[in-house]
Write a protein that binds this ligand. Sequence first.
Ligand code: LCS
Length: 394
Amino acid sequence: MHVRKQGISSRLVHSGSFDEEFGSAVTPIYQTSTFGFRNAQEGADRFAGEDPGFIYTRMGNPTVAAFEGCMCDLEAGQTAVATSSGMAAVTVACLALLKQGDHVVSTASVYGPSRTLIESHLSRFGVTSTFVDTSDPEQIASAMGQRTRLVYVETPSNPMMQVTDIEAAAGIAHEQGALLVVDSTFASPYLQNPLVLGADVVLHSVTKFINGHADVVGGVLVAANAQVGRKLRNMMSISGCCMDPHQAFLVHRGIKTLGLRIERSQTIAMEIARWLEARSEVAWVRYIGLPSHPQHELARRQMRGFGSMISFELKGGVEAGRHLMDRVKLATLAVSLGGVETLIEHPASMTHAGLSRDERIAAGITDGLVRYSVGIEDACDLLEDLRQALESAD
Ligand code: LCS
């Protein structure tokens, strides 16, 4: 089905969702580990890549392929590869695109485990890395070396909401013969398309906005060209980081309402961010939609909206933050983000606890920072929840 020319909301609903065999409105769950061959020649042809049929679910499956087709369409890529989790997508990208002796330049405030993977685990295989503030293109350029093969950017970044200029980063990476991989989890394909801006690979933790209902863990990689796409698919299959058909069915169902969810949650997020900024207890607020955000103008150019992630710090620091997290009643105190339910968490002791304090502070992740993922509840209830938590004496 050729749907490129349709608007994003139409494509969210329809891409990859039709089953040719019986005309079912959504792709069914092909709950099978393996696919029979009609004869030995057909099996040989499939393994040789001369017959596109399915072989074995770790390598590919119709339900998973339907979701991959949808992601390829939404991100304007050539090849999409679904993975068992967002971290599986990060791992597959790194293993597929790096070798011993290579160097990675990355965003200092990436999701904690992504940094730990690159800095503490890939280093055991001879891969070196430099983490910089990629919202400043000059810092990317000056971190590049002879052996830099990958620029790995997270934008907006978790949890500091730093926005990196994807076009500028692609220019710097390509000039040095490196590839640009963008973790676009915080934006989702509804708000930003990194491949259109020159990135080679875009990745998502589909656990977040794409699925949107806090009931599935998954990931996806989309490559701008087929050659890189083949490397990613091979590594996904070899490493066993595959998405299973039931997971794919659920995330493909979730993505249909991505636009509705984001439109609503980002409207509420703007209201809450403004409210927080005006509160005397609050030291600072980071929300991309606020003019006070350092890359607000860049986000306006690069993204189609500001999303629903807010970071802030209370004047009372860690203690005040803990007090708040323990007293909210409607927001759930939990990690993860991008779902229909509002979540609150403490990066220094939770999502980013794997980093040393020095690394965290250098990345701007202060001890008192609180991260708030806005869901689709009523704005007035969320504001009241925050108000009572801020004002409760004990
Ligand atoms: N990339 C980003 C930007 C993320 O925020 C996460 C998870 C991942 C990759 C990994 O995806 P996963 O394997 O969990 O599907 N971020 C989380 C967070 O901030 N809280 O809990 C998980």
